[in-house]
Design a binder for this molecule. Structure first.
Ligand code: TSB
Ligand code: ZN
Length: 638
């Protein structure tokens, strides 16, 4: 007899050689059906694996991540098996389960394209129906090497395994090198779909061969599969790169440079509205605005420490014979220079300098992603110079301002991170004393205010700890939006001082604040959040004025347009000789918040007939009444 220990620490005796499946059946009727695989002593394996010694056992049941992984891993084998039948020359790289499914890297003489996926999928269904048992086998390394003699990629993988025992999984006619676990039979794989094809370098090394990576996803029920496919479609619809192109918000072109977006008129309009909004808000919160140039001397960034700790993120120096310049990666050094340009007294503090700063960071090309991570970006930045006794007030006030702005934009804070340093020497400045003090102040302040946070070791800025504010978009995508950072270093490096009440010199502290991220990242978030349908206060075009007949109603439409422009609204007249239906559809496609239709009645009675984006009903109201409604909606940022 052997003793099996369960996750709740209960123990039971079984015959030697009992399988997890038999154990499941003995525990409860139905449990075996729900189980997909098992973990024996923590190692994922099959339900029919005999247990020979005392062990711990956890059944992997449907609905858990582990079960999803097992199913998807098995589906990856099924994919490879189908490819092998259709392309007998195929050689195989790796085929793991991933977050939302699986992939397999494959080399075939004849290229596999998107069009081929349905054929492969059909073959997968056929093999699944054949109901082949999936069998585990343990062989010596030597044996494995000879079994895979025709497959150079598997050979290479085998060379790297140190163990002499190799596990193989076979399903009549197809064998793969694999750690397991798998479902018991191919017929248990039923609800799957192949999704896409991409190129992938062998071992991720661009010097080596390019294989074909086929992605797919596999679920336990048809409903779950459908749900997932609908989510994918929704994501595609909301993808800011797709929306940014359709709505002419921005342009990314390799000719202009990777990660160097061009703002198109529509996007630039939204950006200007936001810029006015931010600057007005900042004035109310006691900030003053600065505007330094985009270059600074090398010396400036030597002094700040950027050159030492942040060089990898900076564009290469711009150098002449005896001068060298840095393309600004951050605004802080210039703001420190401004602080230093006058004698400061304790009564001058806090000094809050804001800047909507265009800065350049040499992000790795692999990290660039649409507008979310770019190399040229404009940040809603500020630097607050304060006395130590003002830290708490200033950090909280910055946090309050951030909350207001995020709320005005229709977003919500998901959670707050406190980014601290770790032992990585090159990344952070060396003074333990300054670090300890700054981290302590930040923790105390968050605790006192009962702001919950997650500590993130190693994520601090080189000059100090950060409070990073994360937002969640409509699709559940979590992004760092705002930041408040406490810095004792830069004031020291720039030798910043103020004259205290005691007549002596004191060191101020520096609080860095990013309000609503960069316009680039913010735009990526807003596009995804609103699916491109901006609220009226932000929309590039707030209303489309549509004359029913160009001949009869254009004059009146133009007259209204003049009134809207005078009142500083963003409207446009559709003066094309098109059918009314088409004009309305086009306005709808551009996601313009209001369509105003002008026909005989509207001209005669000075009314407008409006319809909101995405709504069916139309309403006819007097022009003045519409203006009021419009103004109210914009003021309320709805
Ligand atoms: C807040 N010196 C501070 C500033 O005073 C600073 O630059 N901090 S930062 O490095 O954390 O960047 C501020 C914000 O810029 C981040 O919170 C993030 O929202 C945004 N950001 C950073 N890198 C990129 C990038 N490559 N593309 C788009 N936005 C970015
Ligand atoms: Zn800064």
């Amino acid at each position: 007899m052997i003793t099996i220990t369960f996750p709740d620490n209960s123990k039971r005796e079984y015959e030697k050689g009992v399988t997890p499946k038999a154990v499941a059946k003995a525990i409860a009727p139905g449990l075996a059906k729900k189980s997909v695989a098992a973990k024996i002593d923590g190692v994922l394996t099959e339900l029919d694996r005999p247990i020979e010694t005392d062990a711990s056992l956890e059944l992997v049941v449907k609905g858990t991540d582990a079960a999803f992984e097992v199913l998807n891993h098995s589906t990856a084998h099924l994919l490879a098996h189908a490819v092998k039948r259709l392309y007998p020359d195929a050689r195989f790289g790796v085929g793991p389960a991933i977050d939302e499914g699986f992939y397999y890297d494959i080399k075939t003489d004849e290229a596999i394209r998107d069009e081929d996926l349905s054929r492969i999928e059909e073959m997968m269904r056929k093999i699944a129906k054949e109901d082949l048992p999936i069998k585990r086998e343990v062989v010596t390394k030597e044996e494995a090497v000879s079994r895979f003699s025709a497959d150079p990629y598997k050979q290479e993988l085998l060379q790297e395994i140190e163990d002499d025992e190799i596990t193989l999984y076979s399903q009549n006619g197809f064998t793969d090198l694999c750690r397991g676990g798998h479902v018991e039979r191919t017929s248990l794989i039923r609800h799957f779909k192949l999704l896409s094809v991409a190129g992938a370098y062998w071992r991720g090394d661009s010097e080596r061969e390019m294989l074909t990576r086929i992605y797919g996803t596999s679920w336990f029920t048809e409903e779950k599969l459908d749900e997932y496919l609908a989510l994918r479609e929704e994501r595609r619809e909301r993808d800011h790169r797709k929306l940014g192109k359709e709505l002419k918000i921005f342009l990314l072109s390799d000719e202009a440079g990777q990660g160097l977006p061009i703002w198109l008129p529509n996007g630039f309009t939204v950006r200007r509205v936001l810029e006015e909004y931010v600057q007005r808000l900042e004035r109310r919160y006691g900030y003053k605005h600065l505007s330094p140039p985009i270059l600074g001397t090398r010396q400036l960034y030597e002094t700040s420490g950027h050159f030492k700790h942040y060089k990898d993120d900076m564009f290469p120096l711009i150098e002449d014979e005896d001068e060298s310049y840095v393309l600004r990666p951050m605004a802080c050094p210039h703001h420190a220079i401004v602080y230093k340009s006058e004698l400061r007294s304790y009564r001058d503090l806090p000094l809050r300098y804001a800047e909507i700063v265009t800065q350049y960071r040499y992000e790795k090309s692999g990290a660039l992603s649409g507008l979310e991570r770019v190399r040229a970006m404009t940040l809603t930045d500020a630097h607050i110079f304060a006395r130590k006794d003002q830290i708490k007030h200033e950090v909280l006030s910055a946090y309050g301002l951030i909350r207001k702005a995020i709320n005005d934009l229709g977003l919500t804070i998901e959670y707050v991170e406190l980014a601290l340093r770790d032992a990585d020497k090159g990344k952070f400045h060396e003074s333990d004393e300054l670090w300890d003090e700054a981290e302590k102040v930040m923790k105390e302040l968050l605790d006192e205010e009962r702001i919950e946070y997650t500590e993130m070791k190693g994520e601090a800025a080189f000059y100090g700890p950060k409070i990073d504010i994360q937002v969640r978009t409509a699709l559940g995508h979590i992004i760092t939006m705002s930041t408040v950072q406490l810095d004792f270093l830069l004031p020291e490096r720039f030798d910043l001082t103020y004259i205290g009440e005691d007549g002596k010199r004191h060191r101020p502290v520096l609080i860095h604040r990013g309000l609503i991220s960069t316009w680039e990242r913010l735009m990526s978030i807003l596009l995804e959040q609103f699916k491109g349908a901006f609220p009226t206060w932000l929309a590039p075009t707030q209303a489309a004025i549509i004359p029913v007949s160009v001949e009869k109603h254009l004059d009146h439409a133009n007259k209204l347009q003049g009134l809207f422009l005078d009142a500083d609204y963003r409207t446009e007249v559709d003066d094309r000789e098109e059918k009314l239906g088409k004009k309305i559809r086009d306005a709808q496609q551009k996601k313009i918040p209001f369509q105003l239709v002008i026909g005989d009645n509207e001209v005669e009675e000075n009314t407008v007939t409006y319809r909101r984006y995405g709504e069916k009903e139309q309403h006819t109201v007097g022009f003045d009444e519409f203006m009021e409604l419009f103004a109210k909606e914009i003021a309320q940022k709805k």
